[in-house]
Design a protein around this ligand. Structure first.
Ligand code: IMP
Ligand code: MG
Length: 179
């Protein structure tokens, strides 16, 4: 375990098992369709890559980059678009793939923005849900795990851009961010 990690919340094995279940659910609910999988950079990359590899229906890939956090551990409520999609989404079935829903600011902003482009549907697939911290009412349509109110890192999730490459979801020691 990394020295800055207090404990493991979801192991490599738990993540892969749950991701396979989510992939099977998406395969059956989107059978006969080719959903556009929109990965939200950078936190979703590990989840996105594993989820798409576990799916068997045809999918297309695109990415957006959004920032709401800066370098801290609390959401600012301010959401900024850093990279937009490459293609039009009119008439498409869009699935937003996100690492974690916290306050909900990021996804409610994104969902509103994507809906205005007249897609056929927009659904949210989030690996983690910190439901107790929600400020804006928004729900994941597909969710990996509920997550306690702890600052978590690894499997794509960062603190100040670090720890994204840990293969598990771990709880960051408070001493790292409460200085
Ligand atoms: P929201 O806009 O408050 O819902 O925040 C969503 C974004 O905040 C996520 O995409 C993450 O990048 C980041 N975030 C929220 N909670 C955590 C956490 O515990 N660890 C790392 N990043 C987090
Ligand atoms: Mg993120």
């Amino acid at each position: 375990m990394h020295q800055d990690v207090e404990g493991i919340m979801f192991s490599k094995e738990q993540l892969q098992t749950r991701i396979a279940e989510l992939a099977a659910q998406l395969d059956s609910e989107y059978a006969g369709k080719t959903p556009l999988m929109v990965g939200i950079l950078k936190g979703s990359v590990m989840f996105y890559a594993d989820l798409l590899r576990a799916m068997t229906i045809p999918v297309e890939m695109d990415f957006m980059a959004i920032s709401s956090y800066g370098a801290g551990s609390k959401s600012s409520g301010e959401v900024k678009l850093i990279k937009d999609l490459d293609r039009k989404i009119e008439g498409r079935d869009v699935i937003i793939v996100e690492d974690i829903i916290d306050s909900g600011y990021t996804l409610s902003y994104l969902k509103r923005m994507l809906y205005s482009r007249k897609p056929s549907s927009v659904k949210i697939c989030a690996l983690l849900d910190k439901y107790s911290r929600r400020v804006v009412p928004i729900e994941a349509d597909y969710k990996g795990f509920d997550c306690e109110d702890e600052f978590v890192i690894g499997f794509g999730l960062d603190y100040a851009e670090r720890y994204r490459n840990l293969p598990y979801i771990g709880i960051l020691k408070r001493s790292v961010y409460e200085k």
